[in-house]
Design a protein around this ligand. Structure first.
Ligand code: HEM
Length: 476
């Protein structure tokens, strides 16, 4: 094998793309298995086949850090298919490449700054209050609640409000169109599978045939929503402190002549907010609640902190009071370690790269798989990795985390742009639950948790069922 010299070239059958497409394998678990085997064998990296193409799996944290950060110029793209003409929503920040990505990233970054997030805080909190209302009602009428579904609706409402400027009301009306379209965007029919095969195997043919990544009705729905919202706001001169406002500004005045966004480009950026933010944030919050429900000591400690900080802030949940909740931050960080929503993520090598003075190369065009879950569950870096222990991220301990081993949001210039937004959204939901309920695991939650074999995001089979008991509002 010429590729990567003598690097082990195996797992060809294991990582066959069809397994993923037909959902026989959970990609995170599979890569994790390879990670564990190969690090045990002392390798710093391995070669493998991914969707029938050669790919590279770095295992050493320093190499991973270099690929994502110092040597970013060799790995600035993800190699994800998009087609601006036939499927404008596919040309979003996550998929686009090269200078187009660089310019757009620079334009969108201000939308996620702490100042802008502070402005959006009350919108998110309002969605949190609606989630709380639903949970209060459920806690009185049912024994237990499947929290993933409630948090998915909360997430949909937050994104609907902040990215699309809409009140989607999926907490009040679970079958609202926004939620239905969201669900459709995340489910795969046989037709979608066939399209995927053509897209992955023959990208130019897919473009020629105008095969889109997303179903037409989903694309049309989100394009229409953005179009209508923009027209409405412009007609009535409405300004709101949300992401849509920034997109409107970028549509009307690009920073330089010729750089303004088109409506479709704006719609694609709102859409990726939905695609990248919806499931990642709701699963993180669900897993955090699951771990708190399982461990009453951690839950109590989180509640004590919450009451202490809220008392200091006259009982108000604000951006500043949320930032002071250190133990809650440790809980979310530990949740992201144990259950990183993106267990593997991608880079594409854009020019031949010499690997750590070994005389071996990653060739231009090869995919690079970053084994986030593997690192996070490696006992070498996180002793007793199955244990949920927020203290790993205490002030005293966090400095001991080795660089490049904890990467739930990726790293380097192409890391997650929505990281701060996600943390705020998750913490608002958690603090509302911690302050208002005592909760424990329902016997309906199947332990040990088994993850769905489909998709990329870690999703527990059978859901996460929790029993919520209303608390008296003012004491710990
Ligand atoms: C807990 C929640 C989230 C997690 C764990 C997460 C994780 C990630 C990861 C691992 C990446 C790839 C990073 C890399 O390649 O280095 C990424 C990229 C991205 N995420 Fe997130 N994400 C979350 C929430 C969000 C939210 C709420 C948004 C909303 C805007 C978002 C938008 C994006 C975008 C646009 C990218 C692509 C950035 C680029 O290519 O420039 N994510 N995310």
């Amino acid at each position: 094998m010429s590729f990567l010299g003598n690097i082990i070239m195996r797992h060809m059958k294991d990582l066959n793309g069809l397994h993923f497409i037909f959902r026989k394998l959970n990609m995170g678990d599979k890569i994790n298995k390879i990670y564990s085997e190969q690090t045990r064998n002392g390798h710093d990296y391995v070669g493998l086949y991914f969707f029938s193409r050669k790919a590279f799996l770095p295992l050493d944290p320093q190499l991973i850090k270099d690929i994502l950060g110092k040597d970013f110029q060799y790995f600035s793209d993800r190699g994800i298919y998009y087609d601006e003409v036939n499927d404008p929503l596919s040309a979003h920040l996550f998929s686009i490449a090269g200078s187009k990505w660089k310019n757009l990233r620079a334009k969108l970054t201000p939308a996620y700054s702490p100042v802008k997030l502070k402005g959006m805080f009350d919108i998110i909190l309002n969605c949190g209050q609606q989630m709380l209302d639903v949970l209060c009602e459920k806690s009185e009428t049912t024994k237990d609640v499947e929290i993933k579904e409630i948090l998915a609706r909360y997430s949909t409402d937050v994104i609907g409000c902040c990215a699309f400027g809409l009140d989607c009301n999926t907490l009040k009306e679970p079958e609202a169109e926004f939620r239905r379209m969201g669900r459709r965007a995340f489910t795969q029919t046989i037709g979608d599978v066939v399209k995927m095969i053509v897209i992955r195997s023959f990208p130019p043919l897919a473009k020629l045939l105008g095969i889109g990544v997303f179903p037409k009705n989903v694309t049309n729905f989100f394009r229409t929503v953005v179009n209508d919202t923009i027209s409405f706001r412009e007609k009535f001169n409405i300004e709101r402190p949300d992401f849509m406002q920034l997109l409107i500004e970028l549509k009307n005045n690009g920073p330089e002549p010729g750089t303004a966004l088109t409506i479709d480009e704006a719609a694609a950026q709102a859409f990726i907010f939905f695609l990248a933010g919806f499931e990642t944030t709701s699963t993180t919050t669900s897993f955090a609640l699951f771990e708190l429900a399982r461990d009453q000591i951690i839950q109590k400690k989180a509640r004590e902190e919450a009451f202490r900080i809220m008392t200091k802030h006259q009982g108000k949940i604000t951006y500043d009071s949320l930032m002071e909740l250190k133990y809650l931050d440790m809980i979310v960080n530990e949740t992201l370690r144990k259950y990183p929503p993106a267990p593997v993520f991608l880079r594409k090598c854009t020019k031949r790269y010499s690997i750590m003075e070994t005389g071996k190369f990653i060739e231009e065009g090869q995919s690079v798989l970053i084994p986030c879950l593997g690192l996070h569950r490696d006992p070498k870096y996180f002793p007793n990795p199955e244990l949920f222990d927020p203290d790993r991220f205490s002030d005293e301990n966090k400095g001991k985390v080795i660089d490049g081993t904890y990467i739930p949001f990726g790293a380097g210039p192409r890391n997650c742009i929505g990281m701060r937004f996600a943390m705020i959204q998750a913490k608002i939901a958690l603090i509302l639950c911690i302050l208002n309920f005592e909760f424990s695991l329902s016997t309906r939650t199947k332990l040990p948790l088994k993850m769905e074999t489909k998709g990329i995001i870690l999703t527990p089979i059978g859901g996460l069922w929790i029993e919520f008991k209303r608390r008296k509002p003012s004491n710990t």
